[in-house]
Design a protein around this ligand. Sequence first.
Ligand SMILES: NC(=O)c1ccc[n+]([C@@H]2O[C@H](COP(=O)([O-])OP(=O)(O)OC[C@H]3O[C@@H](n4cnc5c(N)ncnc54)[C@H](O)[C@@H]3O)[C@@H](O)[C@H]2O)c1
Ligand SMILES: O=C(O)CC[C@@H](O)C(=O)O
Length: 526
Amino acid sequence: MPRVLVTEPIDPAGVAILSQVAQVDQRHNLTAAELQACIGEYDGLLVRSATKVTQGLITAGHNLKIIGRAGVGVDNIDVPAATRQGIVVVNSPEGNTIAAAEQTVALMLALSRYIPQANQLVKAGEWNRKEFLGVEVYKKTLGIVGLGKIGSHVATIARAMGMRLLAYDPFISQERAEQLGCSLMELEVLFREADYITLHIPKTPDTTHLINRESFKKMKPTTRIINCARGGLIDEVALVDAIKAGRIAGAALDVFEQEPPAGSPLLLLGKEVVLTPHLGASTIEAQSNVATDVAEQIRDVLLGLPARSAVNIPGLSAEVLTRLKPYLELAELLGNLAGQLAGGRVETLGVRLQGELANNASQPVVIAAIKGLLGPALQERVNYVNAALEAKERGIRVVETRDESMRDYSGSLVITAQGSQGEHSVAGALLGTGELRITSIDGFPISVAPTRYMLITLHQDMPGIIGKIGSLLGSFNVNIASMQVGRKLIRGDSVMVLSIDDPLPDGVVSEVVQIQGIQDAYVVNL
Ligand SMILES: NC(=O)c1ccc[n+]([C@@H]2O[C@H](COP(=O)([O-])OP(=O)(O)OC[C@H]3O[C@@H](n4cnc5c(N)ncnc54)[C@H](O)[C@@H]3O)[C@@H](O)[C@H]2O)c1
Ligand SMILES: O=C(O)CC[C@@H](O)C(=O)O
């Protein structure tokens, strides 16, 4: 039974799902060294935001097939390292959207009305009403940075509270922003106009310290900032200075550059700041959603099924996968065959999708062809996660073309491998029964069911040549299961495909190419 390690508390619903297919170990307080020492025993790893899934941990996780993040942000996971190792990384892109948006609005109101500080004083027996004269959000301007799932929901709530909405998101259309009642604008303008600024973007090298010392200079002294997205989007030292200097009015933070923010000067500020310990996703509903979502994907991947929200492999719905699955097998087979015919180093892989395939999601088919090409060299180290990266790192150019008009089969594929020893192309299709057929080799039409061992020759079509090959193989005790010849012209160049029952013994090919009329011969093991 596969083993899954869960390193942070998750909803029991997730554990129940994982337990259907795996032995689940919940070990929540492992140090980095302890985690490193035990990760090699596990097929799956499930984390939230606190576990740092570093390159070192991934390398030590040599049995890992999947890493699940019970939440949205995968910035605590070295996704490129996982991809290189062929490990699927999944998250729950929508499970905690509402929770994070509601926490944002709660922080905005708490900050405006000093609720945490007032609560603390009342509990301490004080009754001080003058200290807590707040501000209303009604008719104030909210600047939303990042109008994705959470930013959009914040916009919907804020609009209902009577706020004017500005947004900065270079990847969102004007039309979408208008639907949400937001005016899209440049960040500098948003800084100048907003009374509240809320961040809903991922942390990337581009967004780190997006809000910095210069940004605060552009804001109004009444501006309040909310960060319920990721620590590090705001330069915290500059933020503390800006608040102390009265350059802005305050900040509410759920996330920090370092979590927990031990020793941070933020902790010494007064009622201008409200701080929560990364609680954006901490609702019963969100935790149930994300745990279920991610556990289901881990279960599926361990069962050999696709993951619906993989961040490093194209996600496929079960319906699309059922339709594409035979074509993925075909693409892998043809990629493998073309690579073996080309021999040597392949520089360009051509993938031509024809007929109904040309209208389909092509990326998985292309990846399958690459996987087939690299399979003989990399064996099980290449999979759907890392195939494209492996090709890129080897400098293999992948060229995809489409031809919807090709109707000889409902869908067919032509894979061309061009490299140091020349170029070979193979085509294939599915029969109505779903069986795979190789339908041409180097443009010579054939119809061959692929088998494990094959001998393929390029030769001159002439009387007696088939007999000579048959006798030669017989003399090596090789049993021929089937044989087919494809030619364009009588007595012209032709291709012959022999399916054989066992691997071809050493030395056969060098004798085959001695036969008069044989131009080349290839041993293919699929
Ligand atoms: N505090 C929490 O517990 C908590 C919970 C959930 C999500 N989050 C975080 O909230 C953030 C947003 O999550 P989401 O689900 O809305 O993500 P999302 O992918 O739906 O939206 C992100 C948006 O940011 C935009 N964006 C990317 N780079 C940008 C840039 N440089 N400038 C402006 N916009 C940019 C994108 O176009 C996208 O619209 C993520 O960082 C996520 O990790 C935090
Ligand atoms: O695990 C959590 O509670 C935080 C999740 C949140 O940061 C996310 O990105 O989804």
